[in-house]
Design a protein around this ligand. Structure first.
Ligand SMILES: [Zn+2]
Length: 300
């Protein structure tokens, strides 16, 4: 069996500057790994269309979307201490959101898909870029799926950082359930166990350095809690690979094969609902590549 990897060349064009961990080489590492000869049978390729305005406006106000476009056209801007809008960032942000949209369409058609997005999205709030993120790709994808008739969406976020933007965008909406396992306390500071939304938010805050089995077990326990008496029509994975042991931006101990275990477990729990992975973080290139490979193999 195979899965489709959705990509777009413009994702490479977002350049936050020398020394920034969220660098263009990340997407090169991911795509190069997925083009390896031994994955040829498992991976089909699809170049996405950049997102149009309408799907973005389901998540972000027009004033915010317009401001990002203006800033890029004017040569760029600092959006927060580590989130940069550079000349190529507007096209990259539209491409990343478009990849997430297409990943939903592809998963609806074929069961699974992986969106090789960059910049990432899960820290982006409705009106604020944050934490390397410009548009919230996974929530843009969730709203698109709902417009296409998939009413109930489960978002599972295993990036080492709390998906605060995703949570803020869905925490008042019981049609979306959000499970996030993240290092805590850690950037961005949110994601405490008591944060429950309207009963649709399932945070799994954990310290660094636990045995890897513990993270796998606890995330799946969070997923099981979210699925109690509730069946999603779509599962979206905010697939960050900075939760792997050795990533410079986190202290979790997961190994690439754990990403395969988690992916397979989510597919089983999805019980036939489409499953789409959307790339978030991951800042050591070899680990990022190995983690994506394991995730995509398990999607296939
Ligand atoms: Zn992260």
């Amino acid at each position: 069996m195979s899965t489709t990897v959705i990509w777009h060349p413009a994702c490479r064009g977002h350049d936050p500057g020398a020394g920034h961990p969220e660098r263009p080489e990340r997407i090169d590492a991911v795509l190069t790994e997925l083009r390896a000869p031994d994955l040829q049978a498992a991976v089909a390729w699809c170049e996405a269309q950049p997102a149009g305005r309408e799907p973005l406006l389901a998540v972000h106000p027009a004033a915010y979307v317009d401001a990002l476009e203006r800033m890029a056209a004017a040569g760029g801007a600092m959006l927060d201490s580590d989130t940069i809008m550079a000349p190529g960032s507007w096209e990259a942000a539209l491409a990343a959101a478009g990849i997430a949209l297409r990943a939903v369409d592809q998963a609806m058609e074929a069961g699974t898909a992986f969106g090789a997005t960059r910049p990432p999205g899960h820290h982006a709030l409705a009106t604020h870029a944050m934490g390397f993120c410009l548009f919230n790709n996974v929530v843009v994808a969730a709203r698109h799926a709902q417009r296409r008739g998939l009413g109930k969406v489960l978002i599972v976020d295993w990036d080492v950082h709390h998906g605060n933007g995703t949570q803020a965008l869905v925490e008042a909406d019981p049609s979306v359930r959000f499970v996030s396992m993240h290092q805590y306390p850690w950037y961005p500071g949110t994601g405490a166990a008591k944060e429950r939304g309207v009963g649709n938010v399932f945070t799994v805050p954990r310290p660094p350095g636990l045995p890897r089995e513990k993270y796998v077990h606890d995330l799946l326990a969070g997923v099981d809690a979210a699925l109690e008496g509730w069946r999603p029509d779509l599962v979206l994975v905010s697939a960050g690979f900075d939760s792997l042991a050795g990533d410079p931006l986190g202290g979790f101990t997961l190994e690439p094969e754990d990403m395969a275990t988690l992916t397979t477990a989510l597919r089983e729990r999805a019980a036939g609902a489409p499953v789409a992975g959307v790339l978030e973080g991951g800042y050591r290139l070899d680990l990022l590549a190995a983690g994506v490979r394991a995730h995509v193999r398990a999607l296939a």
